[in-house]
Write a protein that binds this ligand. Structure first.
Ligand SMILES: O=C(O)[C@@H](CO)OP(=O)(O)O
Ligand SMILES: [Mn+2]
Ligand SMILES: [Mn+2]
Length: 548
C-alpha cells in the first residue's frame, strides 16, 4: 500500500483534471507522410497557440526499451504514464534472461523441456515472427530453439504470425525465409524443427480486450487442430495467399503446413507449448484458450493436455499464465494507487481496442481496480471493421461520455484514450488517417469546451507516434515509392516525440508557463498529480510544470 499524497495547497480549481491520450499521435519528422500535419485540426492548432505545451520523448530508453532505435508502443507508453517512472520492459528483460542464461536455468523452461523429452513429444512455439520488439523478437525464438536442441528436444514446431504492423507492411518473407533456412540448418538425425502453421496477426490468435474472439478460434483451429488451407511451406503459403488475397502481412489469411495431406505440427496431448510473445494484451486470450477448464468464447473441439508457458506473466493481478519464463517488470506505486490512497475520484474510458490501455497497461499490467468506490472504468464497444473504413472509430461516443462525466462533477481525475491516430495509422491508408485526425480534432474541441466550462484542466498527450509518419523514408530521408509510383506506406509506430498541452481553465500563475523540456512521457504522472494540487512522490520522474 502507498501513502496518501501530500497536498501542496497551491492550486484550487472547480473542475477535474482530464488526461487525453491521443494514441499514436506524434510530431512528424518529415513533411511527406505526416498525416497529423496534413489534417485540418483547427482545434488543436488553437490550443497550441493558447496554452503552454512541450514535446515529450516516447520511445527507446525513455520508456524502458533496450535502445533508442526501438519505437514506443502502447504498453510501455501507458506503463510509463501510469507509474510515473521508467522500468526495464519486457523486451529488455527477455534479452537479459537469454543472454545471462537465466531463462534456461529457470524451472519453467526445465519443466517444458523435460516434458517434451519424457513424452518424446513436440515443443511448440507460438508467436509473432519479426524483430518488431513490441510483442516479440525473432532472436529470442531462435535462441530458445538452439537451446532446446542442445538439451535434447527432438521435435520443435513453430506457429508463426506475420507481423507487418511493427515492421514493413509486406516484409514477412524477410523473416520467414531466413528462419526456414535457420531451422533447416539445425535439422539432422536427432532434431526436426519446422514451421507448422501461421497467418496474419490481425486475422488469427492475437486479438485483445475481447474485441473479436473469432480471431482466437481461427488461431486455435490453425495451430492446435491443424484445420485450414494446406501448403507445403510457409514461403509458398505466403506467396500464394498474397497473390490471391492482395492482403498486407497483418491481414494474410491463415495457413497450415502439411505433408501428404497431413498437418506437420498439430498440438497433441503430452506436448509442451511456449507462447513467445512477451507483451500481454494480445497474449491473454490465446492463453485462456489453452488454460481454461471451461471456455465459453468458442468451441475448442479438442483441448490437448499440454505444459503451457508464456514468455512472461501477462497479468500480474490474475496471475496469467500459470507458468512463464521471465518475470515481468515489478511495476508498483502507480498513479491510480496513489490517487486512491488520496481519495481522488477517478474515471477511465476508451473503446474496446484501447480499453485495457487506460486500465490494465496504465495500472502496470494489472487488470483489477485499486478501489471500487473511487474508480469507474467504461468501455465503449469498438466496431469489428477494417478501421480505414471507419476512421472516426468511436471518438464521438467516447467524447459524449467524457463530457457527461465532466458535467456530472463526480470526478477529480478523468483519463481517456482516443485510438484513432494509432489504429488507423496501422492500416497504412494515408487518406483514412487524415480523416481519423480530423474526426479526433472535432472531439478534442468538444471536450475542451466542457472542461473549460467546468473549471477544469485538460492535459493532451500521446503514448507514441504513428499517424505522424505514414510513408517509408530512406536513410537519406527521401520518400520510398512503390512500382506504381505511390509512396510506400508505413504501418508501424514512429520514433517521434509527442505533445503535452496543458489547457488550464483557471490558471492563476501557480506554475511557470514555460514547461520543462527534454522529459519523457513518464513525467505525465507527476504533472497530473501537481495539477490535482498534490506533491508527486520523490521516486517519480519530474513534473513538466514548475510550481511557483
Ligand atoms: O496493435 C498493437 O498491438 C501495437 C502494435 O504492435 O500497437 P499499440 O502498441 O499502439 O497497441
Ligand atoms: Mn499506442
Ligand atoms: Mn499501435
Amino acid at each position: 500500500m502507498v501513502e496518501a499524497l501530500k497536498k501542496m495547497g497551491k492550486i484550487s480549481r472547480k473542475g477535474p483534471v482530464v488526461l487525453v491520450i491521443m494514441d499514436g499521435v506524434g510530431f512528424g519528422k518529415y513533411k511527406e507522410g505526416d498525416a497529423v500535419a496534413a489534417a485540418l485540426t483547427g482545434n488543436l492548432n488553437k490550443l497550441y497557440k493558447a496554452y503552454p505545451w512541450t514535446k515529450l520523448k516516447a520511445h527507446g530508453l525513455a520508456v524502458g526499451l533496450p535502445s533508442d532505435d526501438d519505437m514506443g508502443n502502447s504498453e510501455v507508453g501507458h506503463n510509463a504514464m501510469g507509474c510515473g517512472r521508467v522500468f526495464s520492459q519486457g523486451a529488455k528483460l527477455v534479452n537479459n534472461s537469454i543472454d545471462t542464461g537465466a531463462m534456461f536455468e529457470g524451472s519453467t523452461w526445465k519443466k517444458l523441456v523435460h516434458n517434451a523429452k519424457a513424452n518424446a513429444s513436440s515443443l511448440h512455439f507460438i508467436g509473432l515472427l519479426s524483430d518488431g520488439n513490441v510483442h516479440s523478437h525473432i532472436d529470442n525464438l531462435k535462441a530458445m530453439i538452439v537451446q532446446a536442441k542442445k538439451e535434447g528436444v527432438a521435435k520443435v514446431r513453430v506457429h508463426a504470425m506475420l507481423d507487418g504492423r511493427d515492421v514493413g507492411e509486406v516484409s514477412a518473407l524477410e523473416y520467414f525465409d531466413p528462419f526456414e533456412a535457420f531451422l533447416a540448418s539445425l535439422n539432422d538425425a536427432t532434431f526436426d524443427a519446422k514451421i507448422a502453421s501461421g497467418g496474419g496477426r490481425m486475422v488469427i490468435t492475437m486479438d485483445r480486450y475481447n474485441a473479436n474472439w473469432n480471431m482466437v478460434r481461427k488461431g486455435w483451429e490453425t495451430h492446435v487442430l491443424g484445420e485450414g488451407r494446406q501448403f507445403e511451406s510457409a514461403h509458398v503459403a505466403i506467396e500464394t495467399l498474397r497473390k490471391e488475397s492482395k492482403a498486407i502481412d497483418q491481414d494474410l489469411p491463415p495457413f497450415v503446413i502439411s505433408k501428404n495431406g497431413k498437418p506437420v505440427g498439430t498440438i497433441e496431448d503430452g506436448d509442451s507449448v511456449i507462447l513467445f510473445n512477451f507483451r500481454g494484451d494480445r497474449a491473454l486470450e490465446i492463453t485462456k484458450a489453452f488454460e481454461a477448464e471451461q471456455l465459453s468464447e468458442f468451441d475448442r473441439k479438442r483441448r490437448p493436455k499440454v505444459e503451457y508457458a508464456g514468455m512472461m506473466e501477462y497479468d500480474g493481478d490474475l496471475h496469467v499464465p500459470k507458468q512463464f519464463l521471465v518475470t515481468p517488470p515489478a511495476i508498483d506505486k502507480t498513479i491510480a494507487e496513489y490517487l486512491c490512497a488520496s481519495k481522488v475520484r477517478q474515471f477511465s474510458i476508451s473503446e474496446t481496442q484501447k480499453f485495457g490501455h487506460v486500465t490494465y497497461f496504465f495500472n502496470g499490467n494489472k487488470s483489477g481496480k485499486f478501489d471500487d468506490k473511487l474508480e469507474e472504468y467504461v468501455e465503449i464497444l469498438s466496431d469489428i471493421v477494417p478501421f480505414e473504413e471507419r476512421p472516426w472509430m468511436k471518438c464521438a461516443e467516447i467524447a459524449d461520455r467524457v463530457i457527461k462525466e465532466v458535467d456530472s462533477g463526480k470526478w477529480d481525475f478523468i483519463k481517456l484514450n482516443f485510438p484513432n491516430g494509432d489504429m488507423v495509422g496501422h492500416t497504412g491508408n494515408f487518406q483514412a488517417v487524415v480523416c481519423s485526425m480530423e474526426g479526433l480534432d472535432l472531439q478534442i474541441g468538444r471536450i475542451h469546451k466542457a472542461v473549460m466550462e467546468a473549471g477544469g484542466v485538460m492535459v493532451i498527450t500521446a503514448d507514441h507516434g504513428n499517424a505522424d509518419d505514414m510513408f517509408e523514408h530512406g536513410k537519406d530521408g527521401s520518400v520510398q515509392y512503390k512500382e506504381n509510383g505511390d509512396p510506400k506506406s508505413k504501418t508501424s509506430h514512429s520514433l517521434n516525440p509527442v505533445p503535452c498541452i496543458i489547457c488550464d481553465s483557471s490558471y492563476e500563475g501557480e506554475y511557470e508557463t514555460e514547461l520543462k523540456t527534454g522529459l519523457g512521457i513518464s513525467s505525465i504522472a507527476a504533472t497530473c498529480m501537481n495539477l490535482l494540487d498534490f506533491e508527486a512522490p520523490a521516486l517519480y520522474d519530474p513534473s513538466i510544470i514548475t510550481m511557483r
